[in-house]
Design a protein around this ligand. Structure first.
Ligand SMILES: NC(=O)c1ccc[n+]([C@@H]2O[C@H](COP(=O)([O-])OP(=O)(O)OC[C@H]3O[C@@H](n4cnc5c(N)ncnc54)[C@H](OP(=O)(O)O)[C@@H]3O)[C@@H](O)[C@H]2O)c1
Length: 246
C-alpha cells in the first residue's frame, strides 16, 4: 500500500471531504488522526469505519482557527506519534453575503476558519515531520481563481490559502516537505446542502464531466497528491473541478 506506515493528520474529518479523505488515506495504509471541532459522534464513526476495515485511526477535538487549541492538538499528537508524514488542512466554512451585509465579524469568521487555520496548523505541525519529509495539502476552492458575486470574502480567504501554499512550499522544501493545494468546485456535502437545485443543475450542465463532485472525488485527488508518485510536485494548487473552471 502506498501510504503504509505513514501518519496522516486530517482536519475537519468528521464530515464531507475531510471524512472521505481520512477514509481514502487509511485505505492506502496510513494511520489517520481524525480532527473534528464539534461533531464528536461523527468523528468517532469515521474512526470506527477505518478500524472495522483493518486500519488505524484516532479522533481528536480541536478548533483549528485558535492558536491555543492547535498547540494543544500538536502536543497530544507529538506524544502519541514519533513523527507525522501527511497533514491535510481541510477544515473550513463557507459564507456568501452581498455588499451592504459585510462586516468584520463575518470577515473574521471566514478568515479564521479558512486561512488562519492553515497558518496555525502548518506552523504547529511542521516540526513534527521527520527527516524524510512528507506532504501537506491545503483545501482551497475554485472560487479562489474565479469568485462569484457575493462570495468575495470566502474567495479571498481561499486565495490567501493558495498564497500560503506557495510560500510555505518554498520554506519547507529544504526539509523535503511538499506543500500543495486542492481546489474543488461544488462538492456534495453539508456545506452545499442549501444550494438551490436550479443552481446545481446549471453547475452540472457547465461541468465538462457532466456531474457534481462527490467527497470521494476530492479525497482521491488529495490521496494522489500525497502519494510518492507526486514527489516532484510542490507549491501548486490543483483544480479538482471536473473541468468547470475557465
Ligand atoms: N463542498 C464544496 O463544494 C467545497 C468546494 C470548495 C472547497 N471546499 C472546501 O473543502 C473543505 C471541506 O468542506 P466540506 O464541504 O467537506 O465541509 P463540511 O461538510 O461543512 O465539513 C466541514 C468540516 O470542517 C470542520 N471545521 C470547520 N471549522 C473548523 C474549525 N475551526 N476547527 C476544526 N474543524 C472545523 C467541521 O467540523 P465539525 O463538524 O466537527 O464542527 C467539519 O468536519 C472546506 O475547506 C471547504 O471550504 C468545499
Amino acid at each position: 500500500m502506498p501510504l503504509q506506515d505513514k501518519v496522516a493528520v486530517v482536519s475537519g474529518a468528521s464530515r464531507g471531504i475531510g471524512r472521505a479523505t481520512a477514509l481514502a488515506l487509511a485505505a492506502r495504509g496510513a494511520s489517520v488522526v481524525v480532527v473534528y471541532r464539534q461533531q464528536r459522534d461523527a468523528a468517532r464513526a469515521v474512526v470506527d469505519e477505518i478500524r472495522s476495515a483493518g486500519g488505524r485511526a484516532h479522533a481528536f477535538q480541536a478548533d483549528v482557527g485558535r492558536a491555543n487549541s492547535v498547540r494543544a492538538l500538536a502536543d497530544v499528537i507529538a506524544d502519541e506519534h514519533d513523527r507525522i508524514d501527511i497533514l491535510v488542512n481541510n477544515a473550513g466554512v463557507f459564507g456568501a453575503r452581498p455588499i451592504g451585509e459585510l462586516d468584520s465579524a463575518f470577515f473574521d469568521e471566514q478568515f479564521h476558519n479558512n486561512t488562519l487555520s492553515v497558518m496555525l496548523m502548518t506552523q504547529a505541525f511542521a516540526p513534527l515531520f521527520g527527516a524524510a519529509g512528507g506532504s501537506i495539502v491545503n483545501v482551497s476552492s475554485n472560487l479562489a481563481r474565479a469568485p462569484r458575486a457575493e462570495t468575495g470574502v470566502y474567495s479571498a480567504s481561499k486565495a490567501a490559502v493558495d498564497a500560503l501554499t506557495r510560500a510555505f512550499a518554498l520554506e519547507l522544501g529544504p526539509r523535503r516537505i511538499r506543500v500543495n493545494a486542492v481546489a474543488p468546485f461544488i462538492t456534495r456535502t453539508d456545506m452545499t446542502d442549501g444550494i438551490p437545485e436550479t443552481r446545481l443543475e446549471h453547475a452540472r450542465e457547465k461541468t465538462p464531466l457532466g456531474r457534481l463532485a462527490e467527497p470521494e472525488d476530492i479525497a482521491n485527488a488529495i490521496a494522489a497528491l500525497v502519494s510518492p508518485d507526486m514527489a516532484w510536485v510542490t507549491g501548486r494548487s490543483l483544480l479538482a473541478d471536473g473541468g468547470f473552471t475557465d
